[in-house]
Design a protein around this ligand. Structure first.
Ligand code: SF4
Ligand code: SF4
Length: 100
């Protein structure tokens, strides 16, 4: 059996799948690779909050008027909110290609 060039003790390994610091997910802006984004039609919104409940990324927050708006820094564009909205107040639109 070949000997490893570098020997690392298990106690020196970074822990995996472990949240070592509360609130650390705020640092990961998961919206970077989104290809679609939700757009709210306020005329159809009844402010039920189902989009906020179903969003797997907790990207929604209420604005001052009580409407739910998704935060593009965390929205991954999965479309769950649009699917679950009972009044079809959310439409999914394609993101534009960034100019290089
Ligand atoms: S689920 Fe639809 S109707 Fe309900 S708050 Fe969200 S956008 Fe408005
Ligand atoms: S598209 Fe997905 S990630 Fe974005 S706000 Fe809706 S449910 Fe959340």
């Amino acid at each position: 059996m070949a000997k490893a060039d570098i020997e690392i003790l298990w106690t020196e390994l970074e822990p995996g799948c472990v949240v070592t610091e509360p609130g650390s997910s705020k640092a990961y802006r998961t919206g970077d690779w989104r290809s679609f984004r939700p757009v709210l039609n306020k005329d159809r919104c009844i402010q039920c909050g189902l989009c906020w409940i179903f969003c797997p990324d907790m990207a929604y927050a209420q604005d001052g008027e009580g409407y739910y708006e998704s935060n593009p820094e965390y929205c991954k564009g999965c479309g769950v909110c649009a699917k679950e909205c009972p009044t079809n107040a959310i439409g999914m639109v394609e993101e534009e290609e960034p100019e290089l």
